[in-house]
Design a protein around this ligand. Structure first.
Ligand code: SF4
Length: 1008
């Protein structure tokens, strides 16, 4: 059966897909129907019959049908697919050098007791400080480093999922020469002659291309190498770079300083297209913590106010008290208008009445909060917007209070697009004899107009060497490829957003004898046997020559950072507070925005199944990157979700599917980078659409004049947006409850439901009074920023399988916690909300009474347990669950064979087979571990020490878990707050998980 026939069959069995509304129909229905106040999709907003049918089902109908006979015979597992141990050196081999466990861990390995080690994951030069859980020297789970100022225990989804990246069996496993297996020694021999020749030429033909790095050791190695080869050049390129940020600081202050925001001091925040709460933004874990800390609506707390003007709906925009959708090119005009009111000479700006009103209100609020406000410009905005933001912060006296300036975290802060352009020009001019590419994949992700791939292939470069985790598109065009060691397998150092250095210590010896970037640079310097450990340590010995070096080293490894390495604030002064109006008017025509993908970033994570399958924050899209377009524009063009279109810009064109996104600015589209890979691995190859061919060096973030034409036909997208929708009886008991701050102060109990009498049940209530513990959870919607971290943390902790796009389309995704995105109001400019939904652990659990074999039962501590061994797969329980939080293994989703995944799994959690229902258990394995410890030490479990995986990873501290039998526990206190409410409590389910309503702090001037 071909794909089209399969889709047709699926249409017939899946009402959620069958009745998908086009915009015309949806608009007509919306006009005649009073839809719900909060909605998740256009179908829901329109109140379609098809949508209601889907809502009343436990799973989308197709989930329980055998729509594909091939799937029945042999499901292709996307996490691994039974690779042999090709190239793997050993299982659970400890690194050769001594590594140091975190804080108070015993140093002896006790089987069954995990150890924790501090290390750091780096993205775009910025470290994310971590603690890694290790079982018998097998790293199994990532947590944030709770003592590190840049983490404070929060992480992000990229760091969480990096453990699956380390175990990815598709990683490159050997050194190759012209595609054939070779060796490190073979490479050393091959380099000897060319390097000697370059010595004589002072390195005139030597070029090194790296990704952005903040590593002090690597920078020292490369600058030392450049001294030995003075004519050689070190180029840097990342497709998601901060060129605009640097150029903006240069324009404002005359030096490329970096801004660090102190959001804990900010009463008013203006984001100019800056998604500073999402994982793609440096320092986001700390920013979330500081931002959320100022959003407490209880009396006695001064709640901050957030304004966001943005070109693409984002998680930061969703948290805004006021949100203004703008085309990316209009953000500059808006910034100029605000700045002009505040005394910065920023030229006139033509704004619409709505924009003008917004700008005036924001400017007044900033003015009223001099010294306690902050303006943040987004990395995608041009340098002048950054310079204006700096000028406004200076004029308002915010510098030193809500924003400080430091030296750049980047060890080689050069303009990266120019750097890559220079390299291509040297390649074409025949000036490059030896090119060493250390990480990165420029053949795939370089700007289209530079023609990097062509220059690499067709210039006369004698030797091209590539170091990378995958034998990717760039490796394919190089003579030598070296399999890179993952950061969890290698030594290194890196800086957090505040400059603090972390030593990266390996958790396991390299699985495939990979080499780190440090060892590659040492090889170029003639030290083919140098180890990463010795290179990093000797660099720090130079910085810390004191006799107590061993103590210093141990302490740094133990804590996860080196003391006193945070950058000191720099005094800067404005070079100019005058910004002449732009010489050219804002370009007309449809604008195209390029953004790093929220899940797979620039494409480097495209083979990590967890990230492919996590529903993206605003669209709940999995496995794809459709073109985002606003509803009004889609109406005008007659486009609907899943239509295929051709996008053409400057002579290049890409065909991709459409996604109509509520709240997207008009006359503008957004495309996400990182998809359409040719050589990513089984999960990433072929997924989505490659948008890099439309990206040019002069317009890396947005461009005007993209031509959109219908390509004919449709393309299946795997969004979970409409799935697992709870039937809440429109308007009567909304899932999301929200109020403005002053309304809340007047009516604090607005979110509470009338309580159902405890006697209203056929079953005898269990008395928990005599139990030591009764577990419960609260989730604060005010704090949740929709970062998806909890989903990945839960997946990692509980060995949850990836199912693949086809299975997601028919609603079989397995996540135990989902984060629903709700919209409220007008589809062109709605407010957005996030609501994480795990199992609600109902006291009167509807799932328990219908299970014919007693596989789901109630524990004496109030948990709704799942006994996998008893489950016979009737699925009555999920049918009876009003929250739709149970997941069924329709196929053998788990990869039981690939050796790497056996090493990765949490040994404390069962790996489920097919035909079994599974669900959130409040991480019962963690509860048991803490209970055993407490009983052994004859004490009770201390409040706050026992955390579920979602709670521990949450950078916003939105999730609180604990003992509701203890009136003094944090969870009990939160449940006593007036904002506390339960979902669907009128069903008398008595959920143990409850929510704290979201409170906004609107500006009265913008409310009318
Ligand atoms: S609850 Fe989940 S989605 Fe919300 S902020 Fe915490 S980790 Fe992110």
């Amino acid at each position: 059966m071909n794909m089209e026939e399969q889709n047709k069959q699926r249409e017939e069995v899946c009402p959620g897909k069958k009745g998908k509304l086009d915009l015309e129909t949806a608009r007509a229905r919306i006009a005649e129907t009073k839809g719900p106040e909060f909605w998740r999709s256009l179908e829901e907003l329109a109140g379609s019959a098809e949508f209601r049918e889907m809502m009343h089902r436990e799973f989308p109908k197709g989930a329980s049908e055998w729509a594909d006979s091939v799937s029945r015979r042999g499901f292709m597992k996307l996490m691994g697919a039974s690779l042999a141990l090709a190239g793997m050196t050993a299982c659970t081999k400890q690194p050769l050098e001594p590594i140091v466990p975190y804080v108070k861990q015993p140093e002896e390995v006790i089987p069954g007791r995990p150890m924790f080690y501090a290390t750091a994951f780096t993205l775009g030069a910025y470290a994310r400080p971590l603690l890694v859980e290790s079982h018998l020297f097998r790293p199994t789970k990532i947590e944030g480093n709770d003592l590190h100022p840049a983490s404070m225990s929060g992480t992000d989804l990229f760091a969480q999922a990096s453990i699956l990246g380390m175990y990815d069996p598709d990683r490159s496993q050997t050194v190759t020469y012209l595609g054939d297996v070779n060796s490190w020694q073979g490479l050393a021999n091959s380099l000897r002659g060319p390097l000697t020749a370059q010595k004589g030429l002072q390195g005139a033909g030597l070029r090194i291309l790296t990704r952005t790095t903040s590593s002090p050791t690597l920078a020292d190695q490369l600058f030392t190498l450049l001294k030995a080869y003075p004519q050689a050049k070190w180029h840097v390129y990342d497709p998601v770079n901060r060129d605009n940020v640097r150029a903006g600081a240069q324009m404002a202050f005359g030096e490329p300083v970096e801004a660090q925001y102190q959001l804990q001091n900010a009463d008013v925040i203006l984001s100019l297209d800056a998604d500073f709460l999402y994982a793609t933004y440096p320092g986001n874990a700390r920013y979330i913590r500081d931002f959320v800390g100022r959003r407490n609506p209880e009396p006695g707390n001064a709640m901050s106010r957030l304004y966001v003007a943005e070109s693409t709906p984002s998680t930061t925009g969703a948290k805004a008290d006021h949100h203004l959708p703008l085309r990316a090119a209009e953000v500059e005009s808006f910034a100029r208008a605000v700045a002009s009111v505040l005394g910065v000479s920023a030229g006139g700006a033509k704004l619409s009445d709505e924009q003008q009103k917004f700008a005036a209100a924001v400017a007044k609020d900033l003015q009223d909060h001099r010294g306690s406000s902050v303006v943040i410009a987004g990395d995608q905005q041009p340098p002048v917007v950054h310079a204006i933001a700096h000028a406004v912060n200076q004029v308002l006296g915010n510098a030193g209070k809500t924003v400080i300036y430091t030296q750049a975290v980047d060890a080689n802060p050069i303009a990266q697009t120019d750097s890559l352009r220079d390299l291509v020009s040297d390649m074409r001019a025949g000036k490059v004899d030896l090119l060493v590419i250390l990480g990165g994949n420029p053949v795939y992700d370089a700007p289209a107009d530079l023609g990097f791939a062509d220059a690499l292939k067709n210039s006369n470069i004698s030797l091209r060497v590539h170091l990378g985790l995958y034998h990717d598109e760039t490796a394919e065009l190089c003579h030598w490829h070296v399999n890179e060691a993952d950061y969890l397998e290698s030594w290194g150092d890196t800086r957090a957003y505040d400059g603090t250095v972390s030593i990266v210590q390996p958790l396991i010896a390299p699985l495939y004898e990979g080499k780190s970037v440090y060892e590659m640079v040492a090889l170029l310097a003639g030290q083919s046997d140098a180890t990463g450990h010795d290179l990093v340590q000797s660099n720090w010995k130079k910085q810390h020559p004191a006799p107590d070096f061993d103590m210093f080293w141990r302490r740094s490894l133990n804590n996860g950072w080196i003391e006193d390495t945070a950058f000191a604030p720099r005094q800067v002064s404005l070079k100019t507070a005058s910004f002449p109006p732009p010489s050219r008017a804002v370009a007309q025509g449809v604008e195209i925005n390029y953004r790093p993908d929220p899940s797979i970033y620039d494409g480097r994570f495209s083979n990590i199944g967890w990230l492919q399958e996590v529903p993206k924050p605003m669209t709940k899209m999995t496995w794809d990157n459709p073109v985002m377009i606003g509803p009004a524009m889609a109406d005008r063009m007659g486009l609907k979700t899943e239509d295929l279109v051709n996008l053409s810009l400057n002579g290049k064109s890409v065909t991709a599917a459409i996604w109509v996104q509520a709240g997207h600015p008009d006359n503008s589209i957004t495309v996400f980078l990182g998809y359409g890979r040719r050589r990513a691995g089984r999960a990433g190859t072929g997924a989505g659409f490659d948008m890099y061919p439309l990206r040019y060096s002069a317009t890396p973030w947005f461009a005007a004049g993209v031509d959109i034409t219908k390509a004919g036909g449709t393309y299946k997208l795997a969004t979970t947006q409409g799935y697992q929708t709870m039937d809440t009886d429109v308007g009567a008991r909304p899932e999301v409850r929200t109020a403005a701050l002053d309304e809340y102060r007047k009516e604090p109990n607005f979110a509470r439901d009338e309580s159902v009498p405890p006697s209203l049940t056929l079953y005898k209530p269990y008395d928990y009074k005599d139990e030591a513990y009764a577990w419960g959870m609260t989730i604060d919607l005010n704090a949740c920023v929709g970062c998806n971290n909890c989903i990945i943390a839960c997946q990692s902790e509980n060995n949850i399988a990836v199912v693949g796009k086809e299975q997601c389309i028919i609603g079989r995704h397995m996540h135990w916690i989902r984060v629903d995105a709700y919209y409220q109001g007008d589809r062109d400019h709605p407010k957005a909300y996030f609501q994480p939904v795990p199992c609600q652990q109902c006291e009167n659990a509807p799932c328990e009474v219908v299970c014919p074999v007693g596989a789901t039962t109630h524990s004496t501590e109030g948990l709704n347990d799942m006994v996998y061994n008893r489950c016979v797969g009737t699925r009555y329980c999920s049918n009876n669950c009003p929250y739709k939080v149970r997941r069924f293994n329709f196929l053998l989703f788990q990869d039981w064979d690939t050796p790497q995944y056996k090493m990765m799994r949490n040994p404390d959690v069962t790996v489920r087979s097919r035909g079994v229902m599974e669900k959130c258990t409040y991480c019962v394995q963690r509860i048991n571990e803490h209970r055993i410890d407490a009983e052994r030490e004859n004490r009770k479990i201390e409040d706050g020490k026992l955390q579920t995986a979602c709670q521990q990873s949450c950078p916003a501290s939105a999730i609180v878990f604990g003992n509701i039998n203890d009136a003094q526990s944090r969870v009990s206190k939160l449940k006593a707050e007036p904002r506390n409410y339960g979902l669907l409590v009128d069903l008398n389910t008595r959920p143990r998980t409850t929510y704290l309503a979201e409170i906004r702090n609107p500006n009265p001037e913008l409310e009318s």
